[in-house]
Write a protein of this length. Structure first.
Length: 144
């Protein structure tokens, strides 16, 4: 788990929590404000490869998991952030670092209403142009 020690050292206090599911499946929690720098370090400094991201509407807010592979060790690292402000759901885009993130960020914007600040091409991907503005198919009504 040498690479996990390197992740901890390079990201320092950006890391809120680490959960080791198995030696090959690790979850790392960060604050939304740190996502861009943390993913840059994972990719450019430590050699992780971006796979995809997953957006989830939870009672606490919108959770995004950015999935990375460390191929040399067969390890998947999921970086988890929680956007608590449901009305102003916003996070920095990583699409300029990882062009492969462009479509998944567009999908999360369209389906959940998360704004990806700095995204190079934020336009509809899945929904018809007639879809009502401000309606997000994967948002849930949560009890307070």
């Amino acid at each position: 788990m040498l690479i996990l020690e390197q992740v901890k050292n390079k990201l320092g206090d950006k890391v809120i929590d680490i959960k080791i599911d198995t030696p090959r499946r690790v979850y790392l929690a960060l604050r939304p404000k740190d996502i861009r720098e943390a993913t840059r370090v994972l990719f450019k400094v430590l050699g992780f490869r971006f796979i995809t991201a997953t957006g989830i509407d939870t009672p606490k807010g919108f959770e995004i998991l950015y999935h990375f592979s460390y191929d040399r060790a067969g390890m998947i690292l999921s970086v988890k952030v929680l956007i608590e402000d449901r009305k102003e759901a916003r996070i920095d885009s990583i699409a300029t670092l990882f062009p492969g993130a462009e479509w998944i960020e567009r999908e999360m914007w369209e389906m959940l209403g998360i704004d990806f600040t700095g995204h190079p091409n934020m336009k509809r991907l899945l929904l018809d142009e007639d879809w009502p503005e401000g309606k997000f198919p994967l948002r849930h009504e949560h009890e307070s």
